[in-house]
Ligand binder design. Sequence first.
Ligand code: MN
Length: 445
Amino acid sequence: MTMALNETHAPELRSWVESANQPGSDFPIQNLPFGVFRRRSEGAQSAWHVGVAIGDAILDLHTVIDAGAFSAEPALAQQALKAAGGESLNALMALNVAAWSALRLSLSRSLRVGSPVQSTLQAALVAQKDVEFALPAQIGDYTDFYTSVHHATAIGKLFRPDQPLLPNYKWVPIGYHGRSSSIAVGPQQFRRPLGQTKPPEADAPVFGPSKRMDYEMEVGIFIGSGNAPGDAIALDQAEANVFGLCLLNDWSARDIQAWEYQPLGPFLAKNFASTISPWVVTLEALAPYRLAWSRDAADPQPLPYLDSAAMRESGAFDIELEVALQTSAMRQAAQPPQRLSLSNFRYSYWSVSQLVTHHTVGGCNLRPGDLLGSGTQSGPAPSEAGSLLELSAGGKQPIQLTNGESRTFLEDGDTVVMRAWAQRPGLARIGFGELSGTLLPARTA
Ligand code: MN
């Protein structure tokens, strides 16, 4: 099921874009993630282009098409490049693994040291510092899952001390249909939401700004070609329907959530803003960083439609997930964001393929550009918690920051920065870039 390694993963590959060869770069030639950008100086009237990150630059695929630089490449790569010529990734996502892979191979060969098209492609390079980003795709539908059993248990203890983990959790991937209109690409700024909250001792709810604003460190899963209504995607076909992964911050108003969530789940607590990272890292780029998927022998094993030998062999991803916070005071003092947690996507209780298969098993159609959220990724250790609600034990234990400030929940002006990367001894390190978002004061009447 997992894509085999090929020449594009070779650790010794070097790019003629020198910054891509620097240790610690998120975007070496083994990565080649896709995004949508325009030069900041071009103004609001100019078109968005699809680009590929390489070092501290972007290869503008629109310019590559115009320059005819891929005329000697295989037809499948040319078809994929043409699909990437629009203002979003949807048309490329709607193709298939073979086309994505052909484009990746052509890009890899073209960006390598010694490439015959180097001088042509040089003109298609744009510095990342000079661009602004758009959403990588038009997101038709967004579904958020709940795949960290550590997060689900910790949150459950706070909301339902008597029954932290509900009996369905270990049998069915839990999720809800979310809101796509308020998903934006980072860096995003948004206002603290207003809503109904009810303090435990109060008789009636009050209306006002949320007092318990939180983030959720999640992995975003962009769907590729999808399925027809009424069809289902079998488990061993699921990853062929995933274009790639990004970072997702599912901002959450915990006090609004606590009052509204029963019986139908999150609503206004999560629909005001969600932020994703600009770059989508393809599953092919992530092929060297796969892990066996396993389920504790004491737990229920997945039902047959959610289980396969191939999924167990390599269904998990070894991706480090970091959350950092920069308060206004830190920003004013030119202090960098401070790390709050470090976890790993490997702890996910459900695999990406299980999420895709489960979503479609009843006949629901997924479409190119649909986004699935993994749910907050918390690991087993307290320092691996992917939300403030967990790190502060429901607001009871303030987190001390090195500059003397402390936090239970977010304060106005706080910027949350998420990063992720995959690395293995003897292999290139690839990164997801940075996802940042800033909480602004609530709207005043
Ligand atoms: Mn979430």
